[in-house]
Design a protein around this ligand. Structure first.
Ligand code: HEM
Ligand code: HEM
Length: 197
């Protein structure tokens, strides 16, 4: 019995050590990126603004349900975000191969543009999940889309700032393959939103 408890303790300590060293590794990579990355600060700032605006919309500090023409304001934000991602991503794919010299600038637009788009989409998402119980939407395609966007943003950040570098190929694979799901699901969601489906 005594031996078993020592074995369990040892395993536990080993696991803690491994976890700790992983933390140090990721923390170190993060610090290096902070110093190296030219716009790491901007990325963090956009993410913080995103969290603030999303919480504010969810808790209804800001009321965004008003109409601008045929759509609510929050829906216009969703349109803007989705259009940027939908148009600029294939464009980035083509342009970076055609104009190899401009790849840094193109990547900057890809990263910052998509992060801003994610912020716009987050406001739409928060306004939907913050609706009162009597008019709460049937969650479906929208939830899938939001998870897909979060995966794209996370794997994008991991690639851009070389966090957990040894998994670089996996991040790239996830980032690109999930982008394809985005196109499939957004199509269904827009048709549902426009009440065509
Ligand atoms: C990645 C982008 C988007 C995300 C993450 C998202 C997320 C959501 C979520 C979570 C809902 C609640 C219902 C559900 O889960 O399906 C919803 C509803 C809605 N979305 Fe989006 N959305 C996005 C883009 C758009 C766009 C571009 C439009 C423009 C047509 C749109 C229009 C609507 C409408 C009209 C509803 C209300 C549906 C209802 O009242 O039942 N969404 N969205
Ligand atoms: C949210 C929507 C996004 C979509 C749909 C998207 C899509 C893509 C696609 C399809 C590629 C592959 C391009 C290629 O193979 O040439 C790519 C590459 C990349 N993306 Fe994104 N991305 C998004 C957001 C982000 C964000 C927010 C970041 C960073 C914060 C990011 C960072 C990167 C990086 C570093 C690459 C690799 C660049 C390269 O090797 O040329 N992406 N993205």
């Amino acid at each position: 019995m005594h031996r078993i408890s020592i074995l369990i303790c040892d395993t536990f300590i080993l696991m803690l050590t491994l976890l700790y060293s992983k933390f140090i590794e990721i923390g170190g990579a993060l610090m290096t990126s902070l110093l190296k990355g030219r716009y790491f600060g901007t990325v963090v700032l956009i993410l913080l603004v995103n969290v603030y605006l999303s919480i504010g919309t969810y808790l209804q500090w800001f009321r965004l349900g008003f109409f601008v023409g045929p759509f609510r304001f929050a829906h216009w934000l969703a349109w803007t975000g989705v259009l940027f991602v939908a148009v600029f991503t294939p464009l980035y794919y083509v342009l970076k191969r055609r104009y190899a010299k401009r790849v840094k600038a193109l990547l900057g637009i890809h990263v910052l543009g998509n992060l801003l788009s994610f912020t716009f989409v987050s406001i739409h998402f928060a306004s939907q999940v913050g609706r009162p119980p009597e008019s709460f939407p049937d969650l479906g395609a929208g939830i899938v889309l939001y998870i897909v966007m979060m995966v794209m943003v996370l794997t994008g950040i991991f690639q851009r700032f070389q966090i957990a570098k040894n998994l670089g190929r996996q991040w790239r694979f996830l980032h690109t393959s999930v982008a394809i799901s985005f196109y499939l699901v957004i199509f269904v969601h827009i048709l549902q939103g426009l009440q065509i489906l």
